[in-house]
Each structure stands twice: as structure tokens, then as C-alpha cells.
Design a protein around this ligand. Structure first.
Ligand code: MRU
Length: 352
């Protein structure tokens, strides 16, 4: 019964308000947080009410519409609005540094603003709303295309390992890595998914397992440190993960632990795929060394679900992402094509 993605969208845009599924509460509760101000949206991205590279980009685009609407209601003129929206855009951009989709979505809105310097305040709100809705719809459409491109790589029967959550809830809908898995299941392939729990915030256990379970996709939850053992037993046919930012040479930032999986995959000769929209590729970044890695609070490591699991006072290091070098990636699956053994020249072609 595939009811989940219809009933629990990542976000709902209605009456100039953004309702975000509060992903911190999953899988226990499904509650929507209503965002009525720029601060509501920025806080929701920072505290991970909404998370996942494409989802935070779309949320930020709606956040800008909300900022424009508030400015319009306050009676600001168009010039002042343009000025305030630059500040709003910067505030949203700084919420999380690694996922390029956030900056990309804000850039789309910025381009609209620059192209409409004579728009009235009312038109600014309407124009930004159209941009945000377009980004949202295109994301779902791209994920479906990516799903089909990725599913074509898979055999009739496969056991797939995934990390973190690159599913419907990390995107506008359908998902990137989970989009590939969904498309494979929809095409009748016999798929089993191993889900890394993904410490520290357990996006695998709380969100990916939740998505797969509620869609009746065969899945088994494992601890992160079980992945190597599974591969050594020949139980993983391939790995598919999402991405937060891909440098133009193919080096890929994704949830912390992804790099370890890629190294294990190379050792065990397991294909390692990254599924991501072209908007996740950052042509301005030459290689992975230049990707800014977000470091989050040590409490995410010393605590589990709000309960301390380490001695008080212990130091903890908490990078949210790591970088997998391109030479460990079998292919990057995009909405346009599958780029095998990615490198600079192949990725640059996607922008031409
Ligand atoms: O910290 P998160 O939960 O935002 O991290 C999410 C990931 O690392 C995902 O794999 C990535 O954003 C791709 S989502 C389609």
C-alpha cells in the first residue's frame, strides 16, 4: 500500500504559509510546523525540522516568499523590498553551509529579482512564489527522471545499501537515492534495502526506514558499523546514496559515514552510486577540498534522542558530512543522464 508519500509531504505551501513536516519527531509523530516568518523558516533549517539538500533549498525559496509577503503587508516600497530580500536571502543561505541546493535555490530567486527591478511589491511576492513553486515541482520531476535513469542500472534482483535519508522527505518528493530504489521497485525488480541507522541523528533509522516500511519496500535496518561485515559476506550488490554538494571533478559531500562506505565498497568491489540532481553539482568548486563541511553541536554525539550516552565533559567531534573522492564513485545518477566514472570534463558537459 503506497500511501506514505501522498499523505505525508515534506512540505505544504498554502495561503503564503509553509508547513514543514517536523522530521525531528519521526517516526513517533507526524506534525507540521507552520512557518509564517523568515525566522521561522531559517530556524527550521538550522534545527533540522526540515533537512536534506533539495528540501532545504525549496524551503529557503518559500522562506523568501514569506519575507516578501511580510514586507508587502508592512507597506514597504519595491526598492526597500529588494534591499530587505537580499538580507533575507543571506540569512537563509547561512543556515547550513554544505548543501549547495540551498544557495542554488536562493540564486534562482535572486535572478528573478534582478530581472524584475521595476516590479511592484505585489508582483515581487507573486514572482518569487512562482519561482519557489517551480523549483519544488521541478525537483519532484527531476527525482522521477533520476529514478528511471538509476533503476536502469540495476539487475532484476538486488540488495542495496543506503545511508542517511535521500528519500521523499529529503526532497520535494520521491527522493534521489530512494527515488532510484522506488523506481526499481515500481518496475517490478526484486529489491531489498539495507538501511544504515546513520548516527548521530539517525536519519536512516528514523526517516529512511520509516519511508520504506510505510511503502512496503523490503528493508532491514543495520547499525552503521555493520556495513563492512555485510559486504564481506557478499550481501550487498550495490550502494546508492544522495549528495549535498558535488565538486566539478566529482568529489562528493554527503552525510558523515558516506566516505567510509565508499572505501569499503571499493575493497569489496561493490558498485557505489551517487544519485543527485544537476543542481547539487557546484561548478564553482574545483574539488572536494574546497567544500565547506558543516560542524554541528557536540551534544548530537554525546547524546542519543536527548539522553546523555557519554560521560559529562568528554570532547566530541561532529562533522555533519564527509567527502568521497570521485575515484571511488562508480557513477553519478542525474535527471539527465548517468555519468559513469565522473570527472571534470564529463560533469562540465551537464552544464552545456
Ligand atoms: O544533515 P541532513 O539530514 O540534511 O543530511 C542529508 C544528507 O546527507 C542527504 O544524503 C543529502 O542531503 C541528499 S538528500 C536527497
Amino acid at each position: 500500500m503506497r500511501v506514505y508519500k501522498k499523505e505525508l509531504p515534506t512540505m505544504i505551501w498554502q495561503d503564503k504559509e509553509l508547513r514543514l513536516l517536523d522530521q525531528r519527531l519521526l517516526p513517533d509523530r507526524a506534525e507540521y510546523r507552520i512557518c509564517r516568518s523568515l525566522e521561522d523558516v531559517a530556524d527550521s533549517i538550522c534545527d533540522m525540522t526540515v533537512r536534506g539538500a533539495p528540501a532545504i533549498g525549496i524551503s529557503a525559496a518559500y522562506g523568501l516568499v514569506i519575507a516578501a509577503q511580510r514586507a508587502f503587508e508592512a507597506g514597504l516600497d519595491a526598492n526597500t523590498m529588494h534591499h530587505d530580500l537580499k538580507y533575507a536571502s543571506e540569512k537563509l543561505r547561512l543556515t547550513r553551509p554544505t548543501a549547495v541546493n540551498l544557495a542554488w535555490a536562493l540564486e534562482q530567486a535572486g535572478k528573478w529579482l534582478s530581472a524584475h527591478l521595476n516590479a511592484t511589491p505585489e508582483d515581487i511576492v507573486a514572482g518569487l512564489e512562482l519561482v519557489a513553486i517551480r523549483i519544488h515541482n521541478e525537483d519532484i520531476e527531476n527525482n522521477r527522471r533520476m529514478g528511471l535513469n538509476g533503476a536502469a542500472l540495476l539487475p532484476g534482483k538486488a540488495s542495496i545499501l543506503t545511508h542517511c535519508n535521500a528519500g521523499a522527505l529529503a526532497t520535494g518528493g520521491y527522493g534521489t537515492a530512494l527515488g532510484v530504489i522506488r523506481a526499481a521497485v515500481e518496475s517490478g525488480r526484486d529489491i531489498h534495502v539495507y538501511v544504515d541507522e546513520t548516527r548521530p541523528l539517525l536519519q536512516g533509522a528514523r526517516i529512511t526506514a520509516f519511508e520504506l516500511y510505510h511503502e512496503d519496500i523490503s528493508a532491514t535496518l543495520i547499525t552503521d558499523n555493520c556495513a563492512g561485515y555485510l559486504m564481506s559476506q557478499g550481501k550487498v550488490d550495490l550502494i546508492v546514496v544522495g549528495a549535498d554538494r558535488i565538486a566539478i571533478n566529482g568529489d562528493t559531500a554527503n552525510k558523515i559515514g558516506t566516505y567510509s562506505l565508499a572505501v569499503l565498497a571499493a575493497y569489496h568491489k561493490v558498485p557505489f552510486y551517487v544519485a543527485a540532481p544537476i543542481s547539487t553539482i557546484d561548478p564553482a568548486i574545483a574539488d572536494g577540498k574546497a567544500i565547506v563541511i558543516e560542524e554541528r553541536r557536540p551534544e548530537e554525539v554525546t547524546h542519543l534522542c536527548g539522553k546523555r550516552t557519554a560521560p559529562e565533559g568528554i570532547a566530541a567531534y561532529n562533522p555533519a558530512f564527509d567527502v568521497t573522492p570521485a575515484n571511488l564513485i562508480s557513477a553519478i545518477i542525474t535527471e539527465r543522464e548517468v555519468v559513469h566514472y565522473p570527472d571534470r570534463s564529463k560533469l562540465l558537459k551537464l552544464f552545456s
